[in-house]
Design a protein around this ligand. Structure first.
Ligand SMILES: [Zn+2]
Length: 185
């Protein structure tokens, strides 16, 4: 276990050296409720976030979502990296969610080497402005529902640590790419 923790901390040190833009738990910007933004500004911030996320992925091999407060921007926008594509979500809002929930060990670029096992709804309906400026509303389940809920929480000033199940915070020494949604803790 010690070797795995060391490896994880070494990767984190490289991130700290090479990507100074990232903000970490303890930074007040991560605790603000973000403001609505425009298509133009949302896409500009999205572009900055994309550079950071791609650099991060190069170092660690993971990282599938990133929200504006994580680079110090107090605006409602997040991006995702899914199926080799970056997508920008502007002013997202979750309008419906399932009663049924699942569990997943979430990592966060603003939390570093710790993971949090968080219980969240199975599916959500999310409304947002897409990259062309159209208002969209769609139902998502599975991993996307999980990812979008984590990112929207950032825009409301919450981190995965805040929503961790009791006893669910641990050193992230598992392979995040092999992590699966679970019905029970
Ligand atoms: Zn996060």
């Amino acid at each position: 276990m010690l070797d795995e923790i060391k490896r994880s901390i070494q990767a984190f040190e490289t991130v700290l050296d090479e990507i100074p833009e990232i903000r970490y738990a303890g930074d007040p910007v991560l605790r603000q409720v973000t403001n609505l933004t425009t298509l133009k500004e949302g896409m500009e911030i999205g572009g900055k976030m994309k550079n950071v996320l791609l650099k991060y992925r190069n170092i660690t091999g993971w990282g599938r979502g990133f929200a504006a407060p994580q680079i110090g921007e107090d605006k409602s926008v997040f991006i995702t990296f899914v199926d080799d594509q970056v997508e920008v979500f502007i002013n997202p809002n979750i309008t419906e969610k399932s009663d049924k929930t699942n569990f997943y060990k979430e990592l966060c670029m603003s939390v570093g080497v710790m993971s949090a096992d968080v219980e969240r709804p199975d599916w959500i309906v999310m409304e947002w402005m897409d990259e062309k400026g159209s208002t969209r509303s769609e139902k998502f389940d599975g991993f996307k529902a999980r990812l979008y809920q984590h990112e929207v929480a950032h825009l409301r000033g919450r981190l995965n640590l805040d929503d961790a199940s009791p006893g669910g915070i641990e050193y992230a020494i598992f392979d995040p790419l092999k992590e699966k949604l679970r019905d029970t803790r």
